[in-house]
Ligand binder design. Structure first.
Ligand code: IPE
Ligand code: IPE
Ligand code: MG
Length: 258
């Protein structure tokens, strides 16, 4: 009959299947596969990056609509500087253009922009555009979009260790007082909770120097879809998968139930 619960459940959209009270606070995404997506269409790699921007828009919108508080997107790694010069330049231009074009939408949707990484290593126009966009959106409170730019986790950890060593040298801190919290506070993500869910597209099953410390207990979700094909429904699917997992943090299943 119509009232059959299971039937109704099958008819529910993916979005409706999400349990809003069990939403991850922070989702991190390694947006991978732009180049291969473009190659599949017989196009240049940059065409893949351009289409990847549409997926960024989709992911940000979906996260904000659901009420995900933080969305971190791995946009350019420290290692990506080693790509052919033309691709790096094209990526940086795309970045400047996109940030500039999207700032009004971020404001309209009450989304705050943040960036993590070695931002000083970015080209001047890119750095300035980013600073302006962060300034213009700093009071927004619905969702924080964190762009990882010229970011790598080892770079971040080396930086944190240098800062901590300096504090010890200056006698602001004693080495015996160093805790996990000290490390957290000295990372670029100091004021951001750790991601509960990390998604990587394109079928690669690796972390590629992304948030190594912060992902210690994240649920990892991999999809074969290339980033330009990753849309809202795909994000919903990842969240539902996450919600069906049991996060034990070292405990036994029985302990979690009692
Ligand atoms: C991800 O797509 C975007 C960046 C790393 C900037 P890729 O450019 O890595 O695409 P593939 O992995 O070569 O297909
Ligand atoms: C990771 O993707 C970095 C970003 C998505 C920005 P890559 O395509 O650079 O990673 P590898 O080289 O496959 O590990
Ligand atoms: Mg790649």
């Amino acid at each position: 009959m119509r009232s059959n619960g299971r039937m109704n459940k099958n008819k529910m959209s993916l979005k409706e299947k999400i349990n809003l009270s069990k939403l991850p606070k922070h989702i991190a995404i390694i947006m991978d596969g732009n180049g291969r997506w473009a190659k599949q269409q017989g196009a240049e790699r940059i065409y893949g990056h351009e289409n990847g921007v549409k997926s960024v828009r989709d992911a940000v919108e979906a996260a904000a609509e659901l009420g995900v508080e933080y969305l971190t997107l791995y946009a350019f790694s420290t290692e990506n500087w080693n790509r052919p010069k033309e691709e790096v330049i094209a990526l940086m231009q795309l970045l400047v253009h996109t940030i500039n074009a999207e700032t009004p939408t971020l404001n309209k949707n009450n989304i705050r922009l943040k960036a993590i990484g070695d931002l000083k290593s970015l080209p001047g126009d890119c750095y300035n555009e980013l600073q302006e966009a962060m300034e213009a959106t700093k009071n927004n409170s619905r969702t924080t979009l964190v762009l990882a730019l010229s970011y790598s986790s080892r770079w971040e950890l080396v930086n944190a260790m240098k800062q901590i060593a300096e504090q010890v040298e200056n006698k602001q801190l004693s080495s015996s007082d160093i805790t996990e919290e000290t490390i957290n506070k000295n990372l670029c993500t100091a004021d951001i909770p750790e991601p509960e869910l990390m998604i990587r597209t394109s079928g690669e099953h690796r972390i590629s120097n992304f948030l190594l410390w912060q992902l210690a207990y994240a649920e990892l979700y991999f999809t074969d879809k290339f980033w330009p094909d990753f849309k809202k429904e795909d994000l919903y699917e990842a969240i539902i998968d996450y919600q069906n997992r049991e996060r034990r943090f070292g405990k036994t299943s029985e302990q979690l139930i009692s």
